[in-house]
Design a binder for this molecule. Structure first.
Ligand SMILES: Cc1cc2nc3c(=O)[nH]c(=O)nc-3n(C[C@H](O)[C@H](O)[C@H](O)COP(=O)(O)OP(=O)(O)OC[C@H]3O[C@@H](n4cnc5c(N)ncnc54)[C@H](O)[C@@H]3O)c2cc1C
Length: 490
């Protein structure tokens, strides 16, 4: 298996076209916006190749392949048992606790790979030998496993007017489509937008984003191309958070090593795909189960991943509370416990979907639909609650902290350090670093939300008014009268 250095070498050997903020960047692996995402993906290679680095993660991130018979990355494994599903779930949570940021969208590939594995099997069976998509996909997956490649799963189309199916869009390219079939393969046009970790992966694995009807046959296409195939263009996302990786000192960023998330738009400009890399070509009837299966797999991976994110938020909140000298306060402990309850409730739902999984004809195990969708819905709110809780526990320092350059201003820097100290015994720089990690994890980088939670006093101070001013005596009397404990006159 490749180590991180070897992964970087393969990435640099590719001629991937990537634009970042208006400029084409050749050595994008070193670009400040891309480096954290590259580091996170690189870590997956280091952990898989070196058992000593982190034995628990090494065990989780590697698996035996039933295609090659060798050791492979679990991200490329076909999920064929409940144990496989459980191992994927544990990997997602533990890996997220390790990086705190997206590890190159490897989970999306898992969703697409397993869905395609099962659907190509079903299509070939239904066609009674007229198609051989499954055999092609088997060869493709064997190649990816043998070469330890990172695959980017590409689902989301441009979609134009969301109320219209692909064939009724004003522009026919708003969903990726086959524009020509040739004796050697197909030519495709279109775009896949907001693709996690796409430019830093070796392969693009493309599937339709929605269930299609008979008029959308040209859009029922699944295929793969190397990331540097002719006509494949990437444009990096322009998330506002990119700016801090360019402008700020490492210490001020929060999670400078692994960042938060990186995605890019992929434009397919008349790209040729040889037949051996075409896995669906016009089979619109298969798209409904394809979409259903990859959606559930993706919700499975991302819900498990967010448990690790909440774990990390609990850790950051606990550290910040300690640095502030309030670790022992009941309301702080209650808040940390609530986060933990959220993480375990979410994990329980994910595990439930694995426990109730069903096998497809191909052997792929599908997580149970209702429990995994309940998990995803629960996760949406749990993540927001965790962010708000971090802002509440940490205080305004999360967004207002002085920068490390401020701290170097002669005399003023010393004064700033003096006034930003927390409890005795804690280095002010540690408190400032942890504050910025909390800010980053909270996802509340725009001041408005943190300001709304914490400014004008943290929520515990508003609750204090209720403790002091609620007429508990009056209300208790009313209850005791109704229960027949006090006479009705009292
Ligand atoms: C950071 C990030 C990373 C991502 N990574 C990946 C990735 O790796 N691979 C990938 O394939 N995708 C990825 N995505 C894309 C993600 O799956 C989509 O954002 C998601 O499916 C929603 O699509 P959209 O953004 O186009 O929103 P829209 O589809 O425009 O949805 C916006 C709103 O409109 C509603 N809506 C849309 N269509 C209809 C309709 N027909 N009827 C009624 N209501 C409708 C939706 O319910 C929603 O409320 C990523 C997205 C983000 C933000």
């Amino acid at each position: 298996m490749m180590n991180g250095k070897e992964y970087l070498k393969t990435l640099r050997a590719m001629k991937t076209v990537l634009y970042i903020d208006g400029e084409e960047v050749a050595d994008f692996a070193s670009h400040p916006v891309m480096k954290p995402a590259v580091n996170a993906l690189k870590a997956t290679y280091d952990l898989a190749s070196d058992p000593e680095l982190n034995p628990e993660l090494h065990r989780l991130i590697t698996a035996e392949s039933d295609l090659t018979g060798g050791k492979i990355s679990r991200f490329l494994k076909i999920v064929k048992s409940q144990d496989d599903l459980m191992a994927r779930m544990k990997l997602q949570r533990t890996m997220m606790r390790y990086t705190g940021g997206c590890f190159g969208g490897r989970c999306v590939a898992g969703a697409v790979i397993n869905a395609l594995w099962s659907v190509t099997h079903d299509v070939d069976k239904a066609s009674k030998g007229q198609t051989n998509y499954h055999e092609r996909f088997n060869k493709y997956m064997t190649m990816c496993q043998e070469n330890d490649l990172t695959v980017s799963g590409n689902i989301t189309d441009a979609k134009g007017d969301r109320s219209l199916p692909p064939h009724r869009q004003a522009d026919p390219d708003l969903y990726v489509r086959i524009v020509e079939r040739t004796p050697d393969g197909i030519i495709v046009n279109g775009a896949k937008l907001q693709q996690s970790g796409a430019p830093i992966a070796h392969e693009r694995l493309v599937v339709p984003t929605t269930a299609l009807g008979p008029n959308d046959e040209a859009y029922a296409v699944a295929f793969s191309v190397p990331g540097d195939a002719k006509g494949v263009i990437h444009v990096n996302d322009s998330a506002c958070s990119n700016a801090k990786f360019i402008a700020m000192e490492t210490e001020d960023i929060g999670n400078a090593a692994f960042g938060m998330h990186q995605s890019a738009h992929i434009l397919f400009d008349n790209v040729f795909v040889p037949w051996e890399r075409v896995f669906l070509c016009g089979e619109w009837k298969a798209t409904a189960s394809l979409v259903h299966r990859f959606s559930d797999f993706q919700r499975f991976a991302s819900s498990a991943c967010r448990c690790g994110y909440i774990d990390l938020s609990i850790g950051a909140g606990a550290a910040m509370a300690d640095y502030n000298g309030v670790a022992g306060k009941t309301h702080v402990q209650d808040k940390l416990i609530n986060m933990s309850v959220d993480a375990e409730t979410l994990y329980g739902l994910v595990a439930g979907s694995a426990a109730l999984a069903t096998a497809t004809d191909s052997g792929v195990m599908l997580p149970e639909t209702l429990s995994i969708n309940a998990a995803k819905i629960y996760m949406n709110d749990a993540i927001l609650r965790a962010g708000q809780t971090l802002a509440d526990i940490g205080g305004g320092i999360l967004i207002t902290r002085p920068s490390s350059r401020d701290l170097k201003i002669p005399k003023v820097g010393e004064l700033l350090a003096k006034y930003h100290k927390g409890r005795e015994g804690v280095d002010v720089h540690d408190r400032l670093k942890m504050a910025r990690l909390c800010e980053s994890l909270s996802g509340l980088s725009a001041p408005t939300t943190i300001l709304s939670v914490i400014a004008a006093g943290p929520p515990a101070t508003q609750r204090l008014n209720f403790r002091l001013m609620t007429d508990f005596k009056r209300d208790r009397k009313a209850a005791e009268r109704l229960a027949g404990i006090l006479s009705s006159q009292k």
